[in-house]
Design a protein around this ligand. Structure first.
Ligand code: HEM
Length: 514
């Protein structure tokens, strides 16, 4: 009897709430009795509650649909098929609108904004607000408005985004890639198959990022036993954190009310990263590293420590945010190598191009590796790790004939739009040539609709690691394909870990070229 009463009360309360939200006026008793289940009816057509989408229930919204959190990318593709170009979900009681149509995505992402608003990662914001002794703001990734602009201008231009910095780092990156190739040779089995390549790839991208950002070689690519325990912990914490973001955002949000398992896991990983970075900073200061004269070879950490007008807590959180963000690079590399593995002709063309470059190519040489760069861009088109770009609207928009007011969260589904035949011919096929002009030069604006290929986001909030990541991917592919014939032992499946990640284990045959 008790469960039946609870369900009845729930239906009545749900009807009132949904009706009131949809029609912006309270439900009268007469409506309820005369209309049956008004929660299922659309009365007006000019607000977001009229946008089609799965059944929204009070308190849990549409979360009941997202049971398989590691398959959310497939869930969104199904939503697009079922409901069309624009779909509304409720994340608890927060409306989230998904856009799949190119014109809508362009409208939102090309909106010229001084401070583009991207919804923050809730659990990070929540935790950082509770720890003012460590964090004076939400940090570069999560802050908004003028505070974000200040962090962005202080933390990035002289560091991650400068051409000089990339040129200086290029020789070291060549060295790290050689170390990576040696590790592959040592770890592959008698049949030349390397099992769990995904683990080694993560270590490679962490080694590269730590070397650039912290100015330290961590030894992630060395045989186990030689590694510093702290550095291994840092690596593991950075690896875990994305899946925690996903579970906190798409799972239940009990962590907002009490320290649930997911909150404790997040706090443990964040504290691990924080403490190790703090230790490294103390050592850097003690060893007088930032008094060094060699400005060219200064690490990003030293550059950030020297930046004036920024609270030390923001400097630390900036370094943490850079290090955690670099995880995405290893996912991207695995998707890219899988396309190269299943397209023998593409692999051969990259090999030909790589043979023309010097053993340790410079940044200028890498920029001329047009075919390889086109292959990377094509991989980004079909399988970008950030498969949707989120924004909070700063003004009202008409999107697919619905009026969407400022302040709403929208997800621009660039991956789904990029895999749609309406936007790209033979959209599901891997064709690097579509990015090349008649002289065989890479042209990112070449294909019609290239404006929706935004693997690093868009506008002033674009990823500051874009140029570094592109350079790293070109060196990596050129060196790997020059050394080995690459063959994935099974198709590379994808799973959702807040960003799109490969589903391990990834086993690859690396056969020496003769
Ligand atoms: C292939 C690798 C990478 C991909 C696909 C990627 C993708 C992205 C995307 C889509 C965004 C959101 C941009 C927007 O909202 O418009 C972003 C933001 C960001 N990325 Fe990356 N990223 C990569 C590598 C990196 C690396 C290596 C770093 C650091 C060294 C980094 C640091 C950041 C930071 C700090 C932000 C926040 C920027 C802000 O809000 O101002 N990313 N990234």
């Amino acid at each position: 009897m008790v469960p039946v009463t609870v369900i009845l009360i729930y239906i009545v309360v749900a009807s009132f709430l949904v009706y009131t939200f949809r029609n912006k006026k309270p439900l009268k008793w007469s409506d309820f009795f005369l209309n049956g289940f008004p929660m299922l009816k659309v009365i007006k057509n000019d607000n977001i509650y009229c946008i089609p989408g799965p059944l929204r229930l009070p308190f849990i919204g549409t979360k009941w649909q997202q049971i398989k959190m590691n398959k959310l990318h497939e869930y969104y593709a199904d939503l697009n098929k079922t409901y069309g170009n624009i779909v509304m979900e409720m994340n608890g009681n927060i409306p989230v609108i998904s856009l799949f149509k190119r014109e809508d995505i362009e409208k939102v992402l090309q909106f010229n904004s001084a401070y583009p608003f991207r919804p923050p990662t809730e659990i990070v914001s929540f935790y950082r607000q509770k720890h003012p002794e460590r964090y004076s703001s939400l940090g570069l990734v999560n802050e908004q408005g003028p505070q974000w602009a200040k962090l962005r201008s202080k933390l990035t231009p002289k560091t991650l985004e400068s051409k000089r910095m990339l040129s200086t780092f290029c020789p070291e990156l060549n060295e790290i890639c050689d170390e990576f190739i040696n590790a592959i040779k040592q770890k592959r089995n008698a049949n030349n198959v390397l099992e769990n390549f995904d683990d080694l790839m993560k270590m490679m991208s962490l080694e590269a990022s730590s070397s650039l950002i912290l100015g330290r070689r961590m030894g992630y690519l060395q045989e186990s036993g030689e590694n510093n325990e702290n550095f291994m912990e840092l690596g593991n914490a950075a690896k875990n954190i994305f899946a925690i973001f996903r579970d906190a955002f798409y799972g239940n949000c009990l962590w907002k009310y009490f320290p649930s398992r997911i909150y404790k896991e997040y706090a443990a990983n964040e504290e691990k990263i924080y403490n190790i970075i703090l230790e490294i900073i103390k050592n850097t200061i003690q060893n007088n590293e930032f008094m060094a004269q060699d400005k060219e070879n200064e690490s990003i950490l030293v550059k950030i420590l020297k930046t004036e007008g920024l609270d030390i807590r923001d400097k630390i959180s900036g370094v943490i945010d850079f290090l955690t963000a670099t995880q995405v690079l290893s996912h991207t590399a695995i998707f890219l190598l899988s396309f190269i593995s299943s397209n023998a002709e593409v692999q051969e063309k990259i090999f030909q191009e790589s043979s023309l470059l010097s053993e340790n190519p410079s940044l200028d040489e890498l920029n001329k590796a047009h075919y390889t760069r086109a292959a990377i861009q094509e991989s980004f088109r079909i399988s970008p790790s950030a498969f949707a770009v989120a924004r909070i609207l700063e003004q009202d928009f008409n999107l697919s004939e619905y009026h969407v007011e400022a302040g709403n969260i929208v997800l621009c589904h660039n991956m789904i739009a990029c895999n749609n035949e309406e936007n790209f011919e033979n959209a599901k096929e891997f064709i690097p040539e579509r990015w090349l002009n008649e002289n065989g030069e890479m042209n990112p604006n070449q294909p019609t609709n290239s404006s929706i290929v935004v693997p690093f986001g868009c506008g002033r909030r674009t990823c500051p690691g874009k140029k570094l990541s592109e350079m790293e991917l070109v060196i990596l592919v050129i060196k790997l394909v020059r050394e080995f014939k690459i063959e994935y032992m099974s198709p590379c499946e994808q799973q959702f870990e807040f960003v799109l990640a490969p589903r391990g284990p990834i086993n690859i045959k690396f056969e020496n070229r003769v």
